[in-house]
Design a protein around this ligand. Structure first.
Ligand SMILES: Cc1ncc(C[n+]2csc(CCOP(=O)(O)OP(=O)(O)O)c2C)c(N)n1
Ligand code: SF4
Ligand SMILES: [Mg+2]
Length: 269
């Protein structure tokens, strides 16, 4: 058997055949710096990237105001090149209501975690949806209070190990999870509800579409996109295992895609 031909060794003075790219070349225009202090493997920066890219693609940069809740993702509120208002825990939908009623020409959106929206602010989001306020809410749902140490939230799936459910969430002891998207979809004021995830390239692509649809739908009423994100630190799993872990826990019982959309005419086959 003959040896394969040796690859030619190029002298380092030879210019590369294609131009080099650096991380900054791939940073969306509305993120001032790609550097952040969130854990490696965290899904929140991926979800936020999808959100700001959608804002830019729809030409909403100048009209957008993002009301941030409090969680790990809040670190990004200093990093974005759009207007940001910081709300108290769980209160973002109410702050957003005030903004959009005072300035209806604005594109008002909220960025919240699951602890922020479903534990601390459940009544805020439900009443805001029921009133049909013309805002779009984006929930980064990792099933834990990430920033304060990875404790159980209302969305933690059964069996999930967290800081205060070390043997896994147990229905009898800790209650059943609240599926917020399904709950909000039952309210007439909600015109668009969807559930996405950022644990694979395909899911990120689909989630970007859901985010764009929500930003358009909010012109007709309340819109919500729940985005399932990875929290390897809070879940006690290796960074590289987190995307698959999401599939077997949150993703297993959740259907991804549009949950409700009253802004489009019914398709009759
Ligand atoms: C009224 C109030 N209660 C508690 C806190 C403490 N706190 C800050 S961040 C946080 C966890 C937020 O969890 P989540 O909304 O799921 O966001 P994540 O960190 O997981 O992205 C908590 C409980 C607070 N800032 N204000
Ligand atoms: S604790 Fe979880 S949500 Fe917070 S930065 Fe780390 S991985 Fe992300
Ligand atoms: Mg969380």
């Amino acid at each position: 058997m003959t040896d394969p031909p040796a690859l030619p060794i190029l002298p380092t003075i030879t210019p590369p055949s294609c131009p080099a790219t650096v991380v900054h070349d791939h940073t969306p225009a509305l993120i001032n710096t790609g550097a952040h202090q969130l854990c490696p493997g965290c899904g929140e920066p991926v979800a936020l990237r999808a959100l700001v890219e959608a804002v830019a693609q729809l030409g909403l940069t100048r009209s957008s105001v993002a009301v941030f809740g409090i969680g790990c993702y809040t670190a990004f509120s200093n990093n974005l090149d759009i207007e940001v208002v910081q709300a108290l825990h769980g209160r973002a939908p109410s702050v957003a209501t005030g903004l959009v009623r005072a300035r209806p020409e604005l594109t008002v959106l909220t960025v919240q975690g699951d602890g922020d929206m479903v534990n601390e602010g459940l009544q805020e989001v439900l009443h805001t949806a029921a009133r049909g306020e013309r805002i779009a809410c984006f929930m980064l749902d990792n099933g834990v209070f990430g920033e304060t140490g990875g404790h159980m939230t209302a969305t933690t799936p059964l069996g999930q190990r967290t800081k205060n459910t070390l043997d896994g969430r147990d229905a009898a002891r800790h209650g059943l999870p609240i599926e917020l998207s399904d709950l909000v979809a039952r309210l007439d004021g909600a015109v668009y509800v969807a559930r996405g995830a950022v644990n694979s390239a395909v899911n990120v692509h689909r989630t970007s579409k859901l985010v764009r649809q929500a930003l358009r739908a909010r012109q007709h009423g309340f819109a919500l996109v729940e985005i399932l994100t990875m929290c390897p630190t809070g879940w006690f799993v290796d960074t590289t295992d987190a995307p698959a872990h999401l599939d077997t826990t949150r993703g297993a019982g959740q259907v991804l895609g549009v949950v409700k959309d009253t802004t489009r005419p019914l398709q009759v086959n």
